[in-house]
Structures are given as structure tokens and as C-alpha cells.
Design a protein around this ligand. Sequence first.
Ligand code: NAD
Length: 499
Amino acid sequence: MTRWKFPFDARDYEFTPYVQAQNWIGGEWRPARSGAAEDVINPRHGKAMGKVVFSGAADVEDAFAAATAALPAWKAMPIRERAQVLYRVKALMEANLDELSWLLSHENGKTIAQARGSVLKGIECVEMGASLQNMADGGQLDVSRGVNCRVIHEPLGVVAGIVPFNFPTMVPLWMLPQALVAGNTFILKPSEKVPYGAMRLAEIFQEAGLPDGVLNIVHGGKDAVETIIDHEGIKAVAFVGSTPVAKMLYARGAQTGKKVLGLGGAKNHLVVVPDASPQVTSDNIVASYTGCAGQRCMAASVLLAVGEVDHIVEQVAQRSRELVPGKDIGAIISQESRERILRYIDEAEAAGATILVDGRGATVPGSEGYWVGPTIIDGCTPEMACVREEIFGPVLSIIRTSTLDEALAIENASPFGNAACIYTTSGAVAERALSRFEAGMCGVNIGVPVPREPFAFGGWNDSKFGHGDMTGMDGFRFWTRPRKVTVKWELQSDQTWMS
Ligand code: NAD
């Protein structure tokens, strides 16, 4: 077995190691046949931490061949044995929690605390996958005299997942547990910006006893993705990333009859009404829009301030000013993303909005990384780009409204529909908002309403393309196809020995 070991030293948080990211095919590291590679940048330090190979069609074919060869034996293994691998993955992830978190903080720029939180959520998804061994029965019924119908959940075959930069370990674990326990073999295409978290996972799965070829990784970008989505032999593709790519893959996957589930971008609205608890609300709003430096699809983005809530807005601003980049708030993934975020703030200011908290000049002493501090833009209008488009940074745009219904109309008009939240101490107010939000994941006094397992993850409208959600039992249904079996047995007249 080829070992890939990151030169990890949890005590040396400022050290940027240099590691080549190769493909993982049939249980070993391989260079890409294309020979192409690009730098991977540590966004906290602004330094290259290695090169990642860029795979072409031939590399995807290699991964497909390995996955096809591994399929018959893996599929034939009883589900309980497949699930045992996941129990061991959980134990290994827990034993290596520091390393996994450190790795994420380097390739993605998260603070250690937020990196750790995302690995823990990944472990929760592994637990869900492992418990499928007790929950994946198909159901049966005697539908007529002597006739029984039953359902068997069969694997699809070779399947694939394409994932974004913002959660390099957790998002692959939205897919792998259900897909693998269901009996499929898998090709994972990580984000080229953050190849290492997935690589470390591949080794952990191997150490946990996953047979070689059941999980394969091809690195790269558009070329690898297009080969996967057009591949006749790959039966399903799950995607998590931006809306244009999710939408394109959903349509394109249909050409080869694939199942496609594409989670896209987001623009999440928080509504604050005058009866909201000031402390709970302000703390929660700050955590929601600045967590992971706003680079999460569940981050708050627009604050709809209903009526007289200045005291809450002031506390949000005060708390935001206290956050220290590099300590409380992580880095932005790239210089390009940083510039995009700053452009949204500049444009809103030029259009007449007030920059209540300004993170544009944020720096971290001694770091050449990419920083934007918490930023609050007050006095926004629904037409402004900072309100309509996904910024994906620690920026909160505030729109003032006179009524709750006015606020809900603004939320409803967004083409996205990932998450929405209301802050109130009134059950009746909360229920009115919950019944009207155009969002798949809603919160009351929780600004990041991520459904915990076994509840599945997924938004509505332009935030999701496809049927069902990711994770939970929906994940298992996505990665399987139901075989319906109808059985009738009758005694033969010559079976006189029966009774
Ligand atoms: P992205 O869409 O740029 O990239 C996602 C994946 O698609 C990567 O693996 C990338 O290599 C590939 N890709 C990029 N452009 C492509 C193209 N033109 N053709 C084919 N493949 C392409 O997204 P990102 O910048 O890595 O991640 C941020 C986005 O992901 C945000 O929009 C965020 O909201 C979204 N996101 C959504 C969820 C969710 O659950 N809805 C979760 C996490 C992130």
C-alpha cells in the first residue's frame, strides 16, 4: 500500500507543509495521466502548500475501471459487514480529530474551532451511514390471498460525488456513508482548491477495511467533472457547489439517464421582530454570518429588521467589531474571492448604503493570507446586488421593513431557498414565518438551521436541483433503486406429503 502522510504537527499552526495531491485509484496514489497540476494555496498564509493533479478523461476511466472491478464483491457483502467499515471510520476519525481539523484549517483557512466542528458533523454523518444496517429494510405486505409484495433496496453500481471547497471533509461525508453502505462503489471529485481533506479520508476508509477500488478519488476541475457527468457507466452523481454548475449538471446528467442531485448556492434571510430576545438574537446572528467567514451555504446573508429593532442591530454591530480575524474568523479561500466580496461592499456603499461595520481593511499581523473582517451594510434595498446575489463572505446586508409580511415578501422573492430564520419570543409569530418562508431549512432563533441526522439536508428553488435531499434516509434512497418483488406460492395437488 502506498502511504500518503501529511507532515502534521498540531502544535505548529503556522507551518505550511508542501504535499503533492495525487489521485487515489484502486487503493493507491497515482499521478494524473494528463500530467497537469496546479498550486494549492493555504489561504491563511497565502503560500502554496503543494500541487494538485488535474485529471482528464483517461484518469476518470482508470477510476471507473477500479470501481467496476471492486463492485461485485462489495455489493455481495451483507450490509451489516459493509456498515462495520463505517464504525471503524468513526473510531479512526475520532482518534485523528486534531489532525483532520488542522488539515482543514490549512487548506481551507478555517479557525481550528470551526474546522473541528465540521469534522464532528462529518462523524455524525458516518454514524448515520453505519446505522443503516438496522434501518434499511424495505417493507413487505401480504397484498392478496397468498401474494406477498416486498421491496429490496439495490445499489446502483458505480456512482460519483463532486464537492465544493468550503467543507473538504464534511461534504464528502454527506455522500459516502449512504452510498457505500448501500453497496455502490464511488468516484469522488474534491474541489481542486482543497484536495487534502478527501485524501486523508481515503486513507482512513482503507485503514478501516474498505476494499481497494470501492472509493476512488480523481482531482481536477471542469474536465474531470464533465467526463463524470457524461459517463454512460456512472449511474448517479451527487453535486454540492454553486447554482450554475448544479443546474448544468442536473440537465446534462439526464442525457445518460443518471440520477442527479445537485445542491446549489444560497442567499439566506434572517428576520428579526421587535419582541426578539436581544442577547440570544444578536449572538446568534453574528455567529451565523461570520462563522466559516461566511463561506457556508447556511450562513446568514440578509437581515430583515422589522420595526423598532435598533437595539438588536446595535448589539450585532458591537459584537461584530470585537471579532479578531485569524482568531475568531477564518480566511477567505482565495485572493479572487476576497476581491469579489470587497466589490459587493464597495458597490453597496456607492449606491447609498451605510457601512455600519467595515471589514475591508482586515489584516492579520505577519500573514499574507486573504482576510475580510465582519462587515454590516445597513440601509440596503432589495434591488442591490449585495441583497440579490450570493456573496459568500462575512457580510450582512440589512433591509429595514415596517411589517413582518413585508419582510417575508422580500425573502420569498429570492430565487434561492436554502435557509431562513426568524428571531422572536412569540410562537404565533414564528409559525406565521415558518409557514411562509420559501426555504427548505428553516430556523426559529437558530441562524444556521442545519438539520441534524437523521433529518436530511437540502434547500428549495435555485438552491437544489433534483428529488429528495442529501444525507439521512433520503441519501440512502438516492443511492439505491427499489426492486419490487411480488411472490405467489401455491400448493400443488400432488404434494400430498404436506399434511
Ligand atoms: P463551485 O460550483 O465553483 O465548485 C464545486 C465543484 O464543481 C468543484 O469540485 C469544482 O471543481 C467543480 N466545478 C466548478 N466549476 C465547474 C464548471 N464550470 N464545470 C464543471 N465543474 C465545475 O463551488 P465552490 O466555489 O467550490 O463552493 C461554493 C459554492 O457551493 C457556494 O455557491 C455555496 O453556496 C455552495 N454550497 C452549497 C451547499 C449546499 O448544501 N447547498 C453546501 C456547500 C456549498
